[in-house]
Design a protein. Structure first.
Length: 282
């Protein structure tokens, strides 16, 4: 009997890693169609805090259980989905993380983090495809679980094909405009002084002191005139530089996906409670 037992033990050890890597098919989140009561909010607050403590201890299974319960009680606190996605990702449950992130985008379409989250979804799907190719089982998750009827799957970020021109020419043009304005004001002041002195002389020979003041005024008039023309030339040159320069090549989605974003902590705001949402990837 020893041989069969040894065979069973070796077989169990051989299949244990495969079972550990196996991930249950994720279920979509139920529609959020009710307004939570004060009791629901209080219960969600307690479950969230318990899940936060478990997450900080590295007990991701328990954190997921608590945060699932918190979101079930108050489904208006959509930022909890970001917590769940991060916990699933750290727990090697990438499909569940994708479901949570897609549900968040479907329920928060105007989120300022939309592009970043879409890149996270794309990166997770790539990892899922790689894992499926190496194991020969499974397939990437389908589109948009937990969305209401009529809501299409969340697409990845669109590439900006036009690019953007550099800002340096505009800075140069702005400096030239400032020089033009200052030079123009001082030029007008010097011109006014010259005219006043000419009026005092009345076309006759001016006294030495008045003639000296007139020469100084003419020198200032010439100097500030040159400065004004130079500033105008700098302004025109900066604008020409800006409009003639080629737009810089935009970063592609693929290059962004290879460089994962640093983890970030965002506030979770529900009706009557607040917390932190951990998002990003290491």
């Amino acid at each position: 009997m020893r041989a069969p037992r040894r065979f069973l033990l070796v077989s169990a050890l051989a299949i244990a890693p495969a079972l550990a890597r196996a991930e249950d098919a994720p279920k979509p989140f139920p529609p959020c169609e009710k307004t939570p009561t004060e009791g629901d909010v209080a219960g969600a607050k307690g479950a969230f805090q318990a899940g936060q403590a478990s997450f900080e201890e590295g007990d991701y299974n328990r954190a997921i259980s608590y945060w699932d319960d918190a979101y079930r009680r108050d489904c208006t606190a959509h930022a909890l989905l970001l917590n769940l996605a991060r916990a699933h990702e750290l727990n090697n449950q990438k499909r569940h993380a994708v479901v949570a992130l897609e549900t968040y985008l479907a329920r928060q379409p105007s989120s300022p983090q939309r592009d970043q989250i879409a890149r996270r979804i794309e990166g997770l799907n790539e990892k899922i495809s790689q894992d499926s190719g190496s194991s020969g089982t499974g397939a990437p998750p389908g589109p948009g679980p937990g969305t209401r009827p009529g809501v299409e799957p969340v697409p990845g970020p669109k590439a900006d094909t036009g690019g953007k021109r550099p800002l340096t020419p505009l800075i140069v043009a702005g400096a030239g405009g400032l020089i033009t304005v200052v030079g123009g004001v001082l030029y007008l002041g010097a011109s006014s002084d010259v005219k006043d002195i000419e009026d005092k002389c009345g076309g006759r020979n001016c006294p030495p002191k008045l003639a000296e003041e007139g020469n100084d005024a003419r020198t200032k008039q010439t100097t500030w005139g040159i400065v004004t023309v130079g500033g105008l030339a700098v302004t025109v040159g900066g604008l020409a530089w800006y409009f003639l320069s080629k737009p810089e090549a935009p970063k592609t989605t693929a290059s962004v996906a290879r460089k994962p974003a640093l983890p970030r902590v965002d506030p979770v705001v529900g009706r009557g409670f607040t917390g932190l949402a951990v998002s990003g990837s290491f």
